[in-house]
Design a protein around this ligand. Structure first.
Ligand SMILES: [Zn+2]
Length: 315
């Protein structure tokens, strides 16, 4: 009961703060997760617009989507738009649920999901189908496999209504959000969102902890995207995975990223992974620190140094 009262109190304070800040209410943050025992959810960030809420990324699991739907209900506003930073299912898996609840909403995303549905996501679906038939597959992983197959089986929920192919602005209360498009960074084309009112960059998987997730990434384009973000007068960066950062922490991340790429080109993968963990360790929770070296080493060996890494495409 005490907890519930505390929650209500905080909510009322937050509402009061929004009302006072007037024209440009600050965004609402819903943390994602990278738990060890199931697939991750990306963070969601929610802005208010005149015609309803703008939801950046929709997570993978139903419990994450429920937090978004609960927030919309609490604000008494419909969800008018989704912006997908990129097509990975931990950021788009909830599109179908949100579309079902608010059939009028519009999805803003790049066209990269089209090729992904033919390639990476189709291959992933086939691998999941095979794994579900394999008696060796742990029961704990099967629910996530079914969830991802379900998402890929409804490609219309993942495809954009409005394809974002170059920088555009999206009206929100008190400001226009800037949707920026990258060229071969975490995917073939990602979106990162700049909110000039609160000097916040919502960057999807261009910033992730415990390590950059290179599964579909291109190191050069990615480094350029981080430079473009740094060119803004940024005060807060909201990563796809990991806690929100101030400008100083983002500079630390960017330097650690550059060191990782440079190191991976000619030094031992374990040394480079340990250097990454030292460089970026101050940004991580204890749990993130514990998995930073194995994550970084995996990506160095399997993607950055693997000429046959079919997904590490830079063109
Ligand atoms: Zn992600």
């Amino acid at each position: 009961m005490a907890r519930r009262i505390l929650f209500l109190t905080i909510s009322l304070i937050a509402l009061g703060a929004c009302a006072k800040s007037g024209d440009a209410p600050p965004p609402h943050y819903i943390a994602g997760a990278v738990p060890g025992d199931r697939a991750p959810d990306g963070a969601s960030v929610i802005f208010e617009a005149e015609d309803g809420l703008i939801v950046i990324d929709t997570g993978r699991h139903p419990d994450h989507q429920q937090k978004i739907l609960d927030y919309a209900k609490m604000r008494g506003a419909p969800i008018a738009a989704i912006v997908n930073t990129h097509w990975h299912l931990d950021h788009t898996g909830g599109n179908a649920e949100l579309r079902a609840a608010y059939p009028g909403l519009k999805v803003y995303a790049t066209g990269a999901v089209g090729a992904a549905l033919e390639g990476f996501l189709a291959r992933g679906r086939a691998m999941n189908a095979e794994a579900l038939d394999d008696p060796e597959t742990p029961e704990s992983q099967k629910a996530d496999m079914r969830l991802d197959m379900e998402a890929v089986d409804h490609p219309q929920a993942l495809r954009p209504d409005i394809t974002v192919s170059e920088r555009m602005s999206l009206p929100a209360k008190g400001r226009a959000l800037e949707l920026n498009v990258t060229d071969h960074a975490a995917t073939a084309a990602d979106i990162w969102v700049w909110d000039p009112a609160t000097k916040t960059a919502v960057v999807g998987d261009l910033v992730t902890l415990p390590a950059p997730f290179f599964d579909t990434g291109c190191a050069e384009g990615w480094a350029k995207a981080l430079n473009d973000i740094a060119a803004k007068p940024v005060e807060r960066v909201i990563p796809g995975h990991g806690a929100p950062m101030d400008a100083k922490a983002f500079t630390t991340y960017r330097q650690a990223f550059e060191n990782l790429i440079a190191c991976a080109s000619d030094q031992g993968s374990n040394d480079c992974a340990e250097r990454w963990a030292r460089d970026a360790g101050g940004l991580m929770s204890e749990a993130e620190k514990a998995s930073a070296v194995p994550y970084a080493q995996y990506y160095i060996d399997h993607i950055l140094r693997n000429p046959k890494a079919v997904w590490a495409l830079c063109e």
